[in-house]
Design a protein around this ligand. Structure first.
Ligand code: SGN
Ligand code: CA
Length: 551
C-alpha cells in the first residue's frame, strides 16, 4: 500500500545498471540489518582478529564490502539504535542516553519503507523504551534481554521463548520470512542481544575455548599516564570493576540456587557502599539469569564452569593485581568469543535460508553492531568512550547486484548513513532532514571515497553520571587525528595522532608541535557542531540535568 507520505526517487543509475536491468525498473531490494550488541571489530576475523574465527561474517566481507572506518555518533545501545532508525544524531532524535524514551512518532527508515509497500519486521533487542512503530511484525526482547528462555513482547503481548536467545531470534527471523508475501520486498531488523554482558554462551559452546590462550592487547595494563581524569576515573577496569561472580560465572551451583537477600544498605553516595550494593545486585542478577535455564541446561552449565571455579579458589589469594587482570582477561575472552560463535553460526543459518529460498542476492544484507567494545584495551571492558575500540563499529554490506565482492572502503562512514542508504536503495527520495549521507556512491564505486565526502565524524556521549562513570564528551575524528573535549564536571581536551598512536596512549593536546593541527581541528569541530545543530552541548546538558533532577 502506498501513501502520500513517501516521495519516490528514480532508482540511482548506478544501482539500476549494476542490477543488470534493461530499461525496466529493477526489482526493489529486500533489506536485512543484522545488528549485534557490543560486537567489536577486534573479534571478527575479517577485520584481522586473532581472537576468534567468524567464517560466516567473513563470508559477508568476502562477498561484499567491509568498511574499515565506520563510526557511531554516541557509543551506547539505545542512542545508537535511535541514530540508525532516524539517520539523525542523538541531539536531533532526542534519545541521548539509555534512560530516555524514544519518540516513536518521528520519522524512521522502517516507516518510510513500510509506507512504500515493504513488509517490515523488528526482531530482537530494541532497547528504546517505547513500542516499535512502522513494523508489520515486531517481537522485541524485554529491556536488555536474557540469554536463556528470553522474554519478548510480540506485537504487544509478553511471551517467554525456551532456548538460547541468539537461536530464538534467528528462528523468529526465519519464521517471518516463511510467512511473508513473496510478491513484495521486505525489510527486517534482526537485532541480537549477544554478545552483551554478561556473555553467557549457548549450551553447545560451553567450554569450547577452555584450552585457548588469548593474545593480550599491548595496553592491557595501561596506567593512564599522560591522559586526563576521564580515563583515570572510569569504572570499567577488568581488574577492579569486572565482577568475578556475575561476569566470569564464578559462583557455585549451591549459591546460584540460594535465595539471596538484596540488602541495599548504607550511604549510597559513598563509593565503597555503592560498590558493595552493585556487587550484591550482580549476584542477584546472575541468580535470575541462571534460574531461566532448564535443569538439563543447568547441569551442563555447572559441569562446564566447575574447573574455572576450582581454579579461582585455588589461585585468587595468590595473584598480584597484574596477574589478576591477566587471568580475568583470559576468562572474559573465553566467554565473549564463545558467544560470538553463536552469532556467527546464526548469521550463517540465516544466509543459508535466504539462499535456499532464492532471495540472498536480492537482499541488501548489512552486518553491524550498536558500537564497538573494549576487549582489554586500556585494561577495560564496556564502551561509551570516543576511543577507537568503541567509537568504531563493524560494517559489512553484501548486495552483489551493486556491491563488488571482497571490496573494502576507507571512507569515513557513520551509522546515521544507513537510513538514507536504505531509503535511496528502495527508490524513495531521501528526506532532507536526515543527517547521515547515503553510502550508495561508496558501495557502487568499489569503496572509493567520493569527492566532497565528509572529512571528519562527530561524536557526543551524554550518559554521566551513570554506569561505568564515563564523563560526558564530544569531539571529532578525521582520517589522521582525534580531538576530544570532556566537559560537564571537567574541562579537559585530548588530541591523538591516530597514525602514530592508534591505541590513543599519548595525549598531544598541550604539545606545542601540535598547535596548528589543534587549532584547525577545533575549528572543524565547531563547523560540524554548527552544521548538525549541536551548538551548545554544555548548556543543553545542564537543562537535562535540571529536568532529570525534577523527575
Ligand atoms: C548494563 C550493563 C552495563 C552496560 C549497560 C549498557 N551492566 O547495565 O555494563 O554498560 O547495560 O549497555 S549489567 O551488569 O547489567 O550487565 S548497552 O549496550 O545496553 O548500552
Ligand atoms: Ca551495546
Amino acid at each position: 500500500m502506498l501513501t502520500c507520505g513517501v516521495r519516490y526517487a528514480a532508482v540511482p543509475l548506478s544501482l539500476a545498471a549494476l542490477a543488470g536491468c534493461r530499461g525496466e525498473q529493477p526489482r526493489r531490494p529486500n533489506i536485512i540489518v543484522m545488528m549485534t550488541d557490543d560486537h567489536t571489530a577486534q573479534a571478527m576475523s575479517c577485520y584481522g582478529s586473532l581472537l576468534v574465527e567468524t567464517p560466516n561474517l567473513d563470508r559477508l566481507a568476502r562477498e561484499g564490502m567491509l568498511f574499515e572506518n565506520c563510526y557511531v555518533p554516541n557509543a551506547i545501545s539505545g542512542p545508537s539504535r535511535a541514530c540508525i532508525l532516524t539517520g539523525k544524531y542523538s541531539h536531533a532524535n532526542g534519545f541521548t542516553d539509555n534512560s530516555r524514551t524514544f519518540d516513536g512518532d518521528q520519522q524512521t527508515f522502517p516507516k518510510l519503507l513500510h509506507e512504500a509497500g515493504y513488509q517490515t519486521a523488528m526482531i530482537g533487542k530494541w532497547h528504546l523504551n517505547s513500542d516499535p512503530q512502522g513494523f508489520d511484525f515486531w517481537s522485541i526482547l524485554v529491556g536488555q534481554g536474557e540469554y536463556y528462555s528470553p522474554q519478548f513482547i510480540e506485537n504487544g503481548d509478553r511471551i517467554v521463548e525456551p532456548g538460547y536467545v541468539t537461536d530464538v531470534i534467528t528462528d523468529k527471523a526465519i519464521a517471518f520470512l516463511e510467512r511473508r508475501d513473496p510478491s513484495r520486498p521486505f525489510a527486517m531488523l534482526y537485532y541480537h542481544k549477544a554478545p552483551h554482558r554478561n556473555w553467557m554462551p549457548a549450551q553447545r559452546h560451553l567450554g569450547i575455548n577452555d584450552d585457548r590462550v588469548y593474545p593480550e592487547p599491548a595496553n592491557l595494563l595501561d596506567d593512564y599516564a599522560g591522559r586526563g581524569s576521564a580515563a583515570r576515573e572510569q569504572a570499567m577496569e577488568i581488574g577492579r570493576d569486572m565482577w568475578p561472580e556475575w561476569d566470569l560465572k564464578l559462583l557455585e551451583p549451591e549459591v546460584l540456587e540460594q535465595s539471596w537477600e538484596l540488602e541495599q544498605t548504607g550511604d549510597a553516595n559513598r563509593d565503597d557502599v555503592k560498590r558493595a550494593n552493585d556487587w550484591r545486585a550482580s549476584i542477584r542478577q546472575f541468580q535470575s539469569a541462571y534460574s531461566r535455564m532448564t535443569s538439563e541446561e543447568k547441569a551442563r552449565w555447572n559441569e562446564a564452569y566447575a574447573p574455572r571455579i576450582a581454579e579461582w579458589h585455588r589461585i585468587k589469594d595468590t595473584l598480584s593485581p597484574e596477574e589478576l587482570v591477566r587471568w580475568k582477561y583470559q576468562q572474559y575472552m573465553k566467554d565473549y568469543c564463545a558467544v560470538i560463535q553463536g552469532v556467527d553460526e546464526n548469521v550463517g543459518r540465516l544466509l543459508d535460508y535466504l539462499e535456499e529460498i532464492g532471495e540472498l542476492d536480492n537482499t541488501i544484507v548489512v552486518y553491524t553492531s550498536d558500537q564497538g567494545f573494549f576487549l582489554g584495551e586500556h585494561g577495560w571492558f564496556d564502551k561509551r568512550f570516543m576511543y577507537e575500540e568503541c567509537q568504531r563499529t563493524p560494517l559489512l554490506v553484501r548486495y552483489p547486484k551493486a556491491v563488488g565482492a571482497g571490496t573494502r572502503s576507507k571512507a569515513l562512514a557513520m551509522n546515521i548513513d544507513l537510513a538514507p542508504t536504505f531509503v535511496e536503495m528502495a527508490g524513495i527520495e531521501v528526506p532532507a532532514d536526515m543527517q547521515g549521507r547515503s553510502l550508495v556512491p561508496v558501495l557502487t564505486s568499489g569503496g572509493a571515497v567520493p569527492d566532497e565526502w565528509r572529512t571528519g565524524v562527530y561524536y557526543h556521549y551524554y550518559e554521566y553520571p551513570s554506569w561505568h562513570s564515563v564523563k560526558r564528551h564530544y569531539g571529532i575524528r578525521t582520517a589522521e587525528w582525534k580531538l576530544i573535549h570532556f566537559y560537564n564536571d571537567v574541562d579537559e581536551w585530548e588530541l591523538y595522532d591516530m597514525q602514530a598512536d592508534p591505541h590513543e596512549m599519548h595525549n598531544r593536546y598541550d604539545d606545542p608541535a601540535c598547535a596548528a593541527v589543534r587549532a584547525e581541528l577545533r575549528e572543524q569541530l565547531e563547523t560540524l557542531q554548527r552544521e548538525c545543530g549541536d551548538t551548545d552541548p554544555d548548556e543543553r546538558v545542564t537543562e537535562f540535568f535540571q529536568g532529570a533532577a525534577a523527575l
